[in-house]
Design a protein around this ligand. Structure first.
Ligand SMILES: NC(=O)c1ccc[n+]([C@@H]2O[C@H](COP(=O)([O-])OP(=O)(O)OC[C@H]3O[C@@H](n4cnc5c(N)ncnc54)[C@H](OP(=O)(O)O)[C@@H]3O)[C@@H](O)[C@H]2O)c1
Length: 333
């Protein structure tokens, strides 16, 4: 079979599209004929060895996919041959056939297209876990989302709205803010592209404070990090929750801890992948809750770009360029 492979450490230009042995069935697993693969920022980081998880090479990037069950191993009872499924794997998606542990598979509704299914679980799963389990977001609270037009960001906007929050979208361009508002944000601010010096950070903090209002943001969803984090934290409400999702801007911010004291706030880490592995039953329960929200049209993946299989590397490059909006997907015929 064909695969997009990382054989050496480097950017998307180092990826190759070539033959790779098809997987063999194992107990407790299924082989999926892959139809679509969702691209996420961890793919950008993983091929450069900058992500927490480092799969042994050669490996195929692509942490989530959708497709059809081709074969099941001994002991598999939750799916059967022919089922349409989505899978959360962490990596290994950009292949014609993928071996997936049965516990990582979910049957998708008949009406859900494969591209939307491949763009679903990583972003909505992360944001749902973040807002519900870690941020305890309540109806009527103010939620500030940084990088609000990105993959996880846009899902946080939609879920925040579905949970009854007032959502403020913060993005680097007006086009991105407009997209977030189209997906339910109540208001938006353009924060520019940085880097920011001390004065720039002060101005940024003022922008966040004005957007969030007198009481500040009850919950801040930060998938961007870098120079944006501290100014955002300065706009948090008393007893607010600051969700540490990721560092797409590159730098891991160093936060003065007196801010947590002064605001009586929580700075809360979110690591969805590890949480799903430690809580398989809760993970499945939350996927079903998300599919219910999808069926009720409260959430819907926005697939802005679709790349053919052989151009899988370009899909990862597109995400790394900061130009992507919503979700980028690779489709496999
Ligand atoms: N904690 C978890 O469990 C978990 C799960 C999934 C993803 N993540 C993390 O969440 C972050 C976002 O992932 P994603 O898949 O949503 O990525 P994405 O679709 O590329 O969105 C990231 C957003 O970050 C902003 N950004 C700022 N500087 C950037 C830069 N130099 N390059 C690219 N984007 C930049 C962009 O928004 P603006 O241009 O508007 O600033 C962009 O829309 C990543 O750090 C990822 O590792 C964490």
């Amino acid at each position: 079979m064909k695969a997009v492979l990382s054989k050496v450490t480097g950017g998307p230009e180092t990826l190759v599209f070539e033959d790779f042995p098809a997987p063999e069935i194992r107990p407790g697993c299924a082989i999926i004929q892959v139809k679509a693969v969702g691209i996420n920022f961890p793919d950008v980081l993983m091929i450069e060895d900058k992500y927490q998880n480092k799969p042994p090479r050669p490996f195929a990037p692509g942490g989530e996919l959708s497709g059809i069950v081709k074969e099941i191993g001994e002991g598999v009872t939750n799916v059967k041959v022919g089922d349409r499924v989505l899978a959360q794997l962490g990596s290994g998606g950009l292949v014609e056939e993928a071996l997936a542990p049965a516990g990582r598979l979910t049957i998708i509704p008949d009406a859900m297209p494969f591209d939307e299914a491949a763009a679903f679980i990583l972003t909505y799963g992360t944001s749902y876990h973040a807002l519900k389990d870690r941020g305890h977001l309540k109806a009527g609270e103010t939620l500030l989302v940084l990088g609000a037009a990105g993959g996880v960001g846009l899902s946080a906007v939609e879920l925040g709205k579905a949970m009854g929050a007032r959502v403020i979208a913060a993005c680097s361009t007006q086009e991105k803010v407009d997209l977030a508002i189209k997906h339910g944000a109540d208001a938006g601010i353009v924060y520019g592209r940085g880097p920011f010096d001390r004065d720039g950070q002060r101005a940024l903090g003022q922008l966040f404070k004005e957007a969030c209002g007198e009481n500040g943001a009850d919950v801040i969803y930060d998938a961007v990090g870098g120079d944006y984090a501290e100014p955002a934290l300065r706009s948090i409400a008393w007893e607010g929750r600051y969700l540490v999702i990721g560092f797409a801007a590159g730098d891991i911010p160093k936060i003065p801890l007196n801010l947590a004291l002064l605001k009586g706030c929580d700075i809360v880490g979110v690591f969805w992948g590890t949480w799903t592995a430690k809580n398989p039953d809760l993970f499945q329960q939350e996927i079903q809750e998300l599919l219910d929200l999808y069926a009720a049209s409260k959430i819907k993946p926005y697939v802005s770009e679709s790349f053919p299989f052989a151009k899988g590397a370009d899909a990862i490059a597109h995400l790394g360029s900061r130009k992507a909006m919503g979700k980028v997907v690779v489709t496999i015929d």
